[in-house]
Design a binder for this molecule. Structure first.
Ligand code: ZN
Length: 188
């Protein structure tokens, strides 16, 4: 796939999205943009803008903002919107591509959005696993995800769900009954 460096506005054809003026925060965002966009490459095949800096274990870009580590796609959202990331919300990918920082591929969501996005929650009171109509996975696939030693992303791609979905399954946040059964099976 062809990768093109996204250049700073004024010195190339691919300018970053305009940074909206922000009361009191203009200088901060200008400085942020200067550090941020040179570390992004545009993937022309799918329109994703791929973070070239370091990444988390989940594949999300890592960026430092005000001395704190934040996910790069959150920084991209702040640059595109000219304001701080709203607390209590999460930054979701339409493209399901964790290192992507293209603001047009990002949307605000809550944890409910994320659970709808991937797989059924196997929590108390919610219908379990496959009986939950929102579930995209069969129990055998969840088992496969739990037993496999592959990366989250590899399994996610094969099963057609998001990496967050596989992560949640492996942490026992969803499909808890299968998680417990597999763990019990390992011990015996
Ligand atoms: Zn994308």
């Amino acid at each position: 796939m062809a990768l093109t460096l996204i250049k700073q506005a004024g010195d190339g054809s691919l300018a970053p999205p305009p940074v909206a003026p922000c009361a009191g925060g203009g200088t901060i965002y200008a400085g942020l943009a200067k550090r941020f966009w040179p570390r992004v490459r545009k993937d022309e095949a799918d329109g994703c803008w791929i973070w070239q800096g370091s990444r988390t274990a989940m594949g999300y870009g890592r960026f430092t903002y005000r001395g704190k580590g934040i996910r790069a796609h959150r920084a991209a959202w702040m640059l595109a919107n000219g304001r701080e990331f709203p607390s209590g919300l999460i930054c979701c990918h339409r493209c399901d591509n964790p290192p992507c920082v293209n603001p047009s591929h990002l949307f605000l969501g809550d944890h409910l959005t994320n659970s709808r996005d991937c797989c059924a929650k196997g929590r108390a009171r919610a219908p379990l696993g496959e009986q939950n109509g929102q579930s995209k996975l069969a129990e055998s696939q969840v088992r496969e995800a739990l037993l496999s030693k592959e990366f989250h992303g590899t399994v996610a791609r094969r099963l057609g769900v998001s990496m967050y979905c596989i992560y949640s399954i492996r942490r026992g946040l969803t499909w808890r009954h299968v998680f417990d059964a597999v763990r019990a099976g390992r011990r015996s």
